[in-house]
Design a protein around this ligand. Structure first.
Ligand SMILES: [Zn+2]
Length: 261
């Protein structure tokens, strides 16, 4: 009788401890889930314990550090120059040459990869057309002035008009076109830069094949909050090594350059 009472007291204590352990572990999971903002990670009744790692804010991701496998390059090289809001390149002027005898110009150091890229598109059955390429600081200034004047018409443009114009036109020194390494490629049969009217299979082909010629999609839709632009036709030369890394890791140029800071 005595032995049975001791046994049931022991069993009760053991059960209580087990119960406390379960509660503690569940509230821990819930706290971690809430901290990461991932509601689905909280455990429902009868569900197996979550095995995936839920990272706490401010903690380092599991495994290697971000960008640990980045190419071993000198980021100060000419092919990595970033022109954008917050990184104005002033009156930077590359030496440019005509693209295939047209009135469009490109940095001489990257003209061969560009022509190879265009020829590959032709070989794949497309008819690439360079809509825009190199634009000087003063050409960019001219375009911005025009847009601001248009907004202000019939008055002279004010600062507010310029601010509005900069939502459509990059400021001088902040356009990728000024680097001499950016091109807007459309199909020759499309005369406007309207992505939805363009041949989607061609845009997809350009995206999937650009890296092997050293080009990246400069303004992907998903990176608009960083770059300020969404241009599915705008390709930019950075060299094969960087291009392959950028396209494989779904980065924009700003994010790539930041890996070297
Ligand atoms: Zn462009």
């Amino acid at each position: 009788m005595q032995a049975k009472r001791i046994f049931s007291a022991f069993a009760f204590t053991l059960l209580t401890i087990l119960l406390l352990l379960v509660v503690a572990s569940r509230s821990g999971e819930a706290a971690r889930a809430a901290a990461s903002g991932d509601i689905d990670a909280s455990l429902g009744p009868g569900m197996p314990p979550a095995t995936e790692q839920v990272s706490l804010p401010g903690s380092k991701p599991e495994g290697q550090e971000k960008g640990a496998d980045k190419p071993d390059i000198d980021i100060s090289g000419w092919q990595y120059i970033v022109a954008g809001e917050g990184s104005n390149i002033g009156t930077y002027t590359p030496y440019v040459v005509s693209i295939e005898g047209t009135a469009q110009y490109f940095d001489e150091r990257a003209i061969t990869p560009l022509v190879d890229f265009l020829n590959a598109a032709r070989a794949a059955g497309y008819t690439p057309y360079i809509m825009n390429s190199y634009r000087s600081y003063s050409a960019q200034e001219y375009i911005l002035n025009g847009r601001a004047s248009q907004i202000a018409w019939p008055n002279y443009p004010t600062q507010a008009d310029y601010d509005e114009a900069e939502q459509y036109v990059a400021a001088p020194g902040e356009s990728d076109h000024q680097t001499g390494l950016g091109v807007d490629i459309t199909d020759r049969y499309y005369s406007s830069m309207n992505a939805s009217a363009m041949d989607q299979t061609f845009l997809t082909w350009l995206r999937e094949n650009c890296a092997q010629y050293g080009f990246i999609l400069r303004y992907p839709a998903a990176k608009e909050s960083i770059t300020g632009w969404n241009e599915p036709w705008h390709f930019r030369y950075v060299g094969v090594e960087a291009a392959e890394y950028i396209m494989e890791n779904n980065l924009c140029l700003e994010q790539f350059v930041a890996l070297y800071e």
